[in-house]
Design a protein around this ligand. Structure first.
Ligand SMILES: [Zn+2]
Length: 206
């Protein structure tokens, strides 16, 4: 009978190290999840919200990359387009079927699924026209103020101050200045966007 109790399992610990994704999922539970609805990995990569919106979205690494690649779709966005972009960021940018093969037929399908020709845009713009006209000036001031803030500058900064700070920050956050370290890339992207905004507003020489 003693034999029955002296039996030992061959492996005392058969657990394997959890795969990276599993660790990320665990981290997501402890902290925050990726902004994408269909993703439950940890959202530990901040990505600035589209211009005109405050703050950042938190994505996993993969979806932060996807978000950033799509960022320029809506340069100079209206409110409706900002919303559309935000929605796409939540649900992913993938198209559900190839243009022209879906139930809506050729042109309609293309128009409905190409965000640059987004049909909803017109609907929103008609309804929001008056509101947008009122807000337009206020908004553009907000946008340039935000761009200046990205460069740690006050509202009264001169064109020269802006240009000097811009160049300084480009160097500071460029991976090449950081021994190839790419962790400052998102900062570099913000500086570049701020520069683009300020150039468009005529506040910095192109
Ligand atoms: Zn994700």
């Amino acid at each position: 009978m003693a034999d029955a109790f002296s039996y030992r399992v061959k492996f005392t610990d058969i657990r394997v190290k959890p795969p990276k994704e599993e660790q990320e999922r665990q981290k997501a539970v402890e902290t925050r999840e990726c902004h994408r609805d269909d993703c439950d990995l940890a959202g530990d990569h901040p990505a600035p919200k589209p211009r005109g919106l405050e703050g950042v979205y938190w994505f996993c690494q993969k979806h932060a990359g996807e978000y950033n690649r799509n960022y320029d779709f809506f340069a100079g966005m209206s409110d409706a387009e900002l919303e559309a972009f935000n929605e796409m960021a939540r649900h992913g940018f993938q198209k559900t079927w190839k243009f022209g093969t879906g139930p809506m037929g050729k042109d309609k399908a293309a128009a409905a699924h190409d965000p640059r020709r987004w049909r909803g845009k017109e609907f929103f713009e008609q309804n929001a026209e008056a509101r947008q006209a009122r807000r337009k000036e206020q908004q553009s001031e907000g946008v340039t103020a935000q761009a200046l803030a990205e460069l740690d500058l006050e509202a009264g900064a001169t064109a020269n101050e802006i240009r000097v700070r811009y160049s300084e920050y480009i160097r500071k956050f460029h991976p090449d200045s950081n021994g190839g370290d790419r962790s400052t890339e998102h900062m570099l992207a913000r500086v570049l966007r701020a520069g683009k905004t300020l150039k468009a507003a005529g506040m910095m020489k192109a």
